[in-house]
Write a protein that binds this ligand. Structure first.
Ligand SMILES: Nc1ncnc2c1ncn2[C@@H]1O[C@H](COP(=O)(O)OS(=O)(=O)O)[C@@H](OP(=O)(O)O)[C@H]1O
Ligand SMILES: Nc1ncnc2c1ncn2[C@@H]1O[C@H](COP(=O)(O)OP(=O)(O)O)[C@@H](O)[C@H]1O
Length: 200
């Protein structure tokens, strides 16, 4: 960082957390396209918001439509996509928000990189574990059909890899729990972090 000297501001993260009355961190959903990331993220955010928690959602399609609209789905571009998202998420954590991030984030090494940028203590990984056959049967956006027809290249799970997390903080098998029940369980899990992390 040549000649870059960060300014220290009087209002710090701890002051923003105190004003909001809770801690801030990133809840990161990873899983295949159609696994249920956005569905669960939306329900979880709604429930937290209803309880007065300050939240902000970052989602694959939204971020790729703006900030990251120059990036493809090559391995290098996915890494850059996730690097920028991690930096943005970190800013939101500093601002005192609970960030709900939903990105395929298919590689263990890239998720590790994201965790390093955000900081281990501010990062929770939730694996939305849905077998590819189910995601493909759902085919919410018709993308699997296009990928099978060769109209989309590097599609995760078809001709690009997805590495399941080795030690996620939480795993949701969407075949076993309906979205509402799964979201409730996630919120219960996050509440511990909201309180404990704040009192540390
Ligand atoms: N080739 C390919 N592979 C996977 N996904 C694709 C692809 N092309 C477009 N899409 C759409 O982009 C969404 C995933 O973007 P992400 O930023 O989450 O992907 S990544 O983390 O950089 O791998 C993903 O959204 P979700 O279905 O919500 O996961 C797709 O709608
Ligand atoms: N238990 C579940 N959790 C989440 N989504 C589910 C579940 N069961 C079925 N679904 C359906 O699966 C689809 C998941 O789509 P979406 O949330 O957009 O996935 P992603 O964001 O991972 O691409 C939605 O149509 C949702 O209604």
């Amino acid at each position: 960082m040549n000649n870059i000297i960060p300014h220290t501001f009087q209002v710090e993260r701890k002051d923003r957390n105190a004003l909001k009355g809770h801690s801030s961190f990133v809840c990161w959903f990873t899983g295949l396209s159609g696994s249920g990331k956005s569905t669960l993220a939306s329900l979880v955010e709604y429930k937290l918001h209803e309880e007065g928690v300050h939240t902000f959602s970052l989602d694959g399609d939204n971020v790729r439509g703006g900030l990251n609209n120059n990036l493809s789905f090559s391995r290098e571009d996915r890494k850059e996509n996730l690097r920028r998202i991690a930096e943005v998420a970190k800013l939101f954590v500093d601002s005192g928000e609970v960030v709900i991030a939903s990105f395929i984030s298919p590689l263990e090494s890239d998720r590790k990189y994201v965790k390093e940028i955000i900081g281990q203590e501010d990062f929770l990984e939730i694996f939305v574990d849905t077998p590819i056959e189910i995601c493909e049967a759902r085919d919410v956006k018709g993308l699997y059909k296009k990928a099978r027809a060769g109209e989309i290249k590097n599609f995760t799970g078809i001709d690009a890899p997805y590495e399941a997390p080795v030690q996620p903080d939480m795993e949701i098998r969407t075949e076993e729990a309906d979205p509402e029940t799964a979201a409730k369980n996630i919120v219960e899990f996050l509440k511990t972090k909201l309180e404990n992390h704040y009192n540390e």
